[in-house]
Design a protein around this ligand. Sequence first.
Ligand code: GAR
Length: 358
Amino acid sequence: MKENNYVSDLAELAAWRDALAVEGKRVVLTNGCFDLLHAGHVRYLKEARALGDALVVAVNADASVRALKGEGRPVHSAEDRAEILCALRAVDRVVVFDQARVTGVIEELRPQVYAKGGDYTVESLNDEERAALQEVGAEICILSLLEGRSTSETLKKLAVTDGGAASLPKLGVLGSGKGSNLAAIFEKIDAGELQAEVAVVISDVPDAGILDLARERGIQAIWIDPCGEKRGRLSDAAIKEITDRLRAAGVELVVLAGFMKIVRGGLLQQYTGRMINIHPSLLPKHKGLGAWKQALVAGDQEAGCTVHWVSEGVDTGEILGQARVPILEGDTAETLHARIQKQEHQLYARVIGELLDQ
Ligand code: GAR
């Protein structure tokens, strides 16, 4: 059975090394932080072990990891890192050192081999450590590292998957149509250009494409019956239900993406200053329905889209951003709307990002 020990006494380590030397065995020393162990570490340690007959890992104490890697590191304490390393088949002894350099361990242990990861060269080793290695006659071996495996990479992945998602700002999207603006928001999130999570999508139209888009991603997709109210209006019950659903989903910013109902009452009160809308015109021009058609009928030279805070009126509220679209000869309502929508898809995510301070 392998003897696996966490050693705190360097003199004891030196005695063990001498006993091995009598048997003609070579001790390999390596050192590092070994925080959040990954396959790169494991492979490296196996290779280091293969350079001799026993492997000693000197682990940086917590203060020196903090000094090297910054606040918030190490993730695991020196005791935990040592315990985990001790459990690896390739590792024979683990020692924690609390100086900035591993020189003291080199001098005491006098390893026959010293292994270091491939981000170093013999020249880039610290002068003091290199001198100590030469003094004890250790052979220096630089081992290659496994691409893409590092504790920092692991931490980055954690920041964008489950653990990190909990801390992403939550959006609630309301729409009545096909949801091309929502699709554009998803694209920006997937591309890492927008750090947000769509927590819930709500529609007043039962078969709206926007609900399907949410369902495809496993996001809550809720149809709320506008309760037979006339066009443009939501019943009080519908207003309450939407407000409750947004609150229950922990929504921080409400994004209206083609929501063809007037927002009022408790919903507006609850989310004033936290609810935005996109409208297909250069507001304050052409409020209301079919804004791009209004621009054509008016004989405008240009159209565009506007993102604004939602306020009491229809398509009113402070303007947060606009994009301009020239009206071309021969433009139809369809061609113009399609070009405006292309701009909407860029503008909306950009403004959301700015509001979320990204
Ligand atoms: C968008 O063009 C948006 O500007 C408009 O509805 C469309 C929804 O498209 N909104 C308004 O007219 C609001 N007054 P989408 O469902 O493909 O995102």
